[in-house]
Design a protein around this ligand. Structure first.
Ligand SMILES: [Zn+2]
Length: 337
């Protein structure tokens, strides 16, 4: 039985909506200049909005390809950028949650929890409700701020009504999670309870994880889902990784709308000049190049990938069942591409 034959050729374009001050060196991490976004707004006196303009460009770009995407929005955006979320909803895209203030939930170095599950649930539920109130839609999806995610967080997400998470990025360069990610590939799966690795069929949770794309080169996995890698590696490597990942099943491409901003951001926080060295029109053109070269691929938001809307979600459909027994073979099969 071929794994490919039972899978759709779906790519979910995902866009993270956060501004320049949400990154960990400026706000919300153990090493940031400002304790959190609230502290930033108490002290910052200059212009802060570098987000509205590039978000409009992203919406126009997606329209060029008639693509509906999933926008992971930091909930405090609603307070400081009136009308921005509504402009995304009015173009028919899915709204999902990227945390209340984009603060790291696990320590970037130790991967230990920075919040209790109760506190995480309280803040995330608040974010979910803010986004639901404004969008008028049920929020099903979550992406961890800075993609720092732990298995215990998925238990909490499920408890407060999320149907999926999309934070896991398997690769040979870094691991931002508290798990080995053994057995995780680039297509959706049900993680085991209190963990991030794929569950067996008899012991799994309802929640689905949508991991990101990578390019497997002789066993070395290069992250090719987009984001900073789109800026540093360029369009062709990302495209190769997306095409290879699509052969394994549905997968995820992502970028931030501020990646398209041509402006110079305020010089706050260590290491920022390198982080934003490549962005603006160049990135917009790279995204255009990637989407133009994905022929016969459906661009669908994550909530359209399955029957996630249903209350009786089964273990199956969007997930290749065979992957649970012979994932290594799948990897070998496509590693030469
Ligand atoms: Zn983010």
């Amino acid at each position: 039985m071929s794994c490919v034959s039972i899978m759709d050729n779906n790519l979910s374009i995902t866009v993270d909506i956060e501004d320049w001050y949400h990154i960990p060196s400026v706000c919300g991490s153990t090493f940031s200049v400002y304790r959190d976004v609230e502290d930033f707004f108490e002290k910052w006196e200059g212009r802060y909005d570098y987000l509205t303009d590039p978000t409009k460009r992203v919406l126009d770009l997606l329209d060029e390809f008639n693509a509906k995407a999933t926008f992971f929005i930091v909930a405090d955006i609603v307070e400081h950028y009136p009308g921005l979320l509504e402009s995304i909803v009015s173009r028919g895209h899915e709204i999902a949650c990227h945390g209340l203030h984009h603060a790291c939930v696990i320590d970037p170095n130790t991967k230990k929890a920075l919040l209790s599950p109760e506190e995480f649930e309280k803040r995330t539920l608040k974010a979910k409700r803010i986004l639901e109130k404004l969008s008028g839609e049920k929020i099903l999806g979550y992406r961890a701020p800075n993609a720092f995610v732990g298995g215990w967080m998925l238990d909490s997400l499920e408890k407060i009504g999320f149907k999926y998470d999309s934070s896991v990025c398997v690769n040979s360069i870094y691991n931002k999670t508290d798990s080995s990610l053994k057995g995780v590939s680039t297509f959706p799966y049900h993680p085991e309870p209190n963990g991030l690795t794929p569950a067996c069929e008899t012991s799994h949770r309802q929640l689905v994880e949508f991991p990101w794309a990578y390019y497997d080169f002789c066993g070395f996995k290069i992250p090719t889902s987009g984001g900073p890698m789109l800026r540093f590696l360029g369009a062709n490597m990302i495209l190769k990784g997306l095409k290879q990942s699509l052969k394994r099943g549905n997968t995820v491409f992502y970028f931030h709308s501020i990646d398209l901003s041509p402006e110079v951001f305020p010089n706050v926080g260590n290491g920022r000049p390198m982080y934003w060295a490549i962005k603006g029109k160049l990135i917009e053109n790279r995204i255009r190049h990637i989407l133009s070269n994905l022929n016969n691929v459906n661009f669908i938001p994550l909530n359209a990938c399955s029957d996630l809307q249903g209350t009786d979600f089964e273990f199956s459909k969007l997930i290749p069942q065979r992957s649970y027994v012979d994932l290594p073979n799948i990897e070998t099969k496509y590693s030469e591409e």
